[in-house]
Write a protein that binds this ligand. Structure first.
Ligand SMILES: Cc1cc2nc3c(=O)[nH]c(=O)nc-3n(C[C@H](O)[C@H](O)[C@H](O)COP(=O)(O)O)c2cc1C
Ligand code: SF4
Ligand code: SF4
Length: 422
């Protein structure tokens, strides 16, 4: 049963009933469709990116990455921005805001020159939007004057953000491309030009699969394919990495963050919040499962807050950021040796094979009893065996062993207290 926690949070000065938004994509193309989402419990949306003209799209335009029997590990799309004209989109946004005055209607926009960005900012502001998101990040635009080619260039990001800020009174969030080494640079350019928030990530340039019959990437469009954007659960680690770097960038202090990329569950969403996001956005998992996944997100987050005795979501924002540190600062003085629970072991042998072929040959295998034994003198504590064992909590982290001469007056208990293990 759902708890009654207050999940509301301010994002860019706008009160949101919860942190869950739809990200700009075909999950928010028009008023009728978005109404269903808002009724389902989403606090707000970023409307499908509005341009001056509607786009000319290809068919088919999607592909998925599958692992064993799990489909949708990752998702590739070759879609650009809205297929509707500016005038048509303005009508949809007006209808939506009139029907949902207390929901948050963010609108994503994208121009190809200063004049277009200014027009879009003025028209969408007049239509009643609550905030603007600047799409500097679509990786498959047919014009190089738009999308991630712009987002990789801090000077252009500054110029277009400034034009928008000068043509609206609304809060502005700049959406970043992950197709770049240092996201902080365009983010800083947007902040200097007046953006109050940074959202990340848009999709990652990819080829998901090669069609072995047609000898081209997938999806196959009349015998050919293109490099285009990858999203879904597989990109969450990349998104969390960029969010961490933005959150840790001192020059960006004061910018509010919106996290996007691979969010499927409430746990995924909480991870982004713990790393500094006041808002999270979702597309791919909604394309797969529909709008109702927000119910589980709301319930899960409520229970999590209840369990932790947290009354306001603000208390969770960014509290894990300090625990991500540079590689050179990690404590490398000990090894954490695992142990096997033989009551749980099913004798599958996967730990033995992985440790032998992929680590340090530190598990002995009795082929008569199908029993693995950890050889502590050879074990380096890498935990490949824990990750590969199919039985929950069958192999667990156990003993702290200090490397020679590196104990430094600490006890195993001192280290164990610091360990947070899944
Ligand atoms: C089919 C599709 C279309 C998209 N269109 C847009 C768009 O118009 N504007 C935009 O800013 N991002 C667009 N995106 C990117 C998403 O908003 C989001 O940033 C990305 O997919 C990562 O989130 P996810 O893993 O939850 O999908 C699109 C994504 C997909 C899958
Ligand atoms: S922790 Fe690594 S080295 Fe030790 S037994 Fe497991 S896989 Fe082998
Ligand atoms: S992987 Fe787990 S279940 Fe399989 S043999 Fe090793 S300990 Fe037992």
């Amino acid at each position: 049963m759902a708890t009654k926690k207050d999940l509301s949070i301010d994002f860019l000065g706008v009160r949101c009933e919860n942190p869950f938004f739809l990200s700009s994509s075909p999950v928010c193309n028009n008023a009728e469709q978005i109404s269903k989402a808002l009724d389902a419990g989403w606090a707000g949306i970023f409307y499908k990116t509005v341009g001056i003209n509607g786009m000319d799209e290809c068919s088919p335009r999607f592909d998925i990455l599958t692992k064993e029997t799990t489909p949708w590990v990752g998702f590739k799309n070759m879609e650009q921005i809205s297929e509707l004209s500016l005038a048509e989109n303005v009508e949809e946004i007006k209808q939506l805001k009139a029907k949902y005055p207390t929901k948050v209607i963010g609108v994503s926009i994208m121009g190809s020159n200063e004049e277009e960005w200014a027009t879009l900012a003025r028209e969408v502001t007049a239509a009643g939007a609550d905030m603007l998101e600047l799409n500097f990040s679509c990786p498959q635009m047919t014009s190089h004057a738009m999308g991630s080619d712009v987002g990789q260039n801090p000077d252009l990001v500054y110029k277009y953000t400034k034009v928008v800020v000068d043509n609206t009174h609304l809060p502005v969030v700049a959406k970043m491309t992950p197709n770049i080494g240092k996201m902080e640079e365009p983010a800083l350019a947007a902040a200097r030009a007046g953006a109050k928030g940074i959202s990340a990530i848009n999709t990652i340039k990819s080829i998901t699969n090669i069609d072995l019959d047609n000898l081209t990437g997938k999806p196959v469009v009349n015998g050919k394919s293109s490099i285009s954007g990858y999203s879904g659960n597989a990109v969450k680690p990349v998104a969390l990495r960029f969010i961490t770097q933005l959150a840790q960038c001192e020059e960006l202090e004061g910018e509010q963050l919106s996290g996007i990329g691979g969010i499927e569950t409430w746990q995924d969403a909480v991870e982004f919040i713990l790393l500094g996001c006041r808002n999270v956005q979702v597309t791919t998992s909604v394309m797969q499962y529909g709008y109702r996944i927000v119910e589980d997100m709301i319930n899960g987050l409520s229970h999590f807050m209840e369990e932790r005795g947290v009354d306001s979501l603000d208390e969770l924002v960014g509290i894990a950021t300090k625990n991500v540190i540079p590689a050179e600062e990690l404590d490398r003085s000990f090894q954490l040796i695992p142990k096997i629970d033989y009551d749980k072991c099913i004798g599958c042998g996967r730990c033995f094979i992985s440790c032998f072929d992929g680590s340090h040959q530190a598990i002995a295998w009795d082929s008569d009893t199908r029993k693995p034994t950890i050889l502590e003198d050879k074990c380096v504590g890498c935990h490949l065996c824990i990750n590969v064992c199919p039985v929950t909590d069958c192999i667990t982290s156990d003993k702290v062993v200090f490397k020679e001469g590196r104990q430094n007056n600490r006890t195993a208990e001192d280290i164990a207290q610091q360990l947070v293990y899944q």
